[in-house]
Design a binder for this molecule. Structure first.
Ligand code: FES
Length: 171
């Protein structure tokens, strides 16, 4: 009986081993490259660049006594002039954030969403709003322009009537 010998080709085995090693090194290199790339990505975080909350509201002398709606549409801010100075108030209801409207005849702000009412200082006089309207930081530049910063807010009586939330001015 003739014996059948199983003969393997040593050359083809060597090639397949070499191919396997290449594949393994390639996979390792791809893994390390991906890890390095994602680590580097952390050095450049996603940042949302928002426009500045500061704006120039123009010459102080241009504001008449009372509530000015001049910047309401563009900046959502009322400029309020009193006998002794001015302040800026953010037009955002402290209930759920709607924009109140000023009613000159009633001398009050009314929120159209759930009926909160605020007096000209921003204090709640009716409705569900839990806090007074926010006063913005305001200052007068050397040339007489009012600079309003909506990023710095105050609504506590006793604080909001003073700098930097109030600019003293008498014409
Ligand atoms: S958002 Fe103004 S009363 Fe609700």
């Amino acid at each position: 009986m003739a014996e059948t010998a199983s003969v393997t080709n040593p050359t083809s085995e060597a090639i397949s081993r070499r191919g396997f090693l290449k594949l393994a090194w390639g996979a390792l290199a791809a893994f390390l490259g991906g890890t390095a790339a994602s680590t580097l990505r952390f050095l450049f975080p996603n940042v949302v660049y928002e426009p500045s909350q500061k704006f120039n509201a123009g010459p102080v002398a241009e504001y008449p006594m009372g509530i000015s709606l001049k910047w309401m549409r563009e900046q959502r801010v009322w400029i309020v002039r009193k006998e002794n100075g001015l302040f800026a108030m953010w037009g955002r209801c402290t209930h759920l954030g709607c924009t109140p409207n000023w009613f000159e005849g009633e001398k009050r702000f009314r929120c159209p969403c759930h009926g909160s009412n605020f007096n000209p200082e921003g204090d709640v006089i009716a409705g569900p709003a839990p806090k007074p309207l926010w006063h913005c930081k305001i200052e007068m530049a050397a040339n007489g322009d009012l600079i309003v910063d909506k990023a710095i807010l105050e609504n506590r009586p006793g604080f909001r009537e003073n700098a930097p939330y109030f600019v003293e001015y008498k014409a």
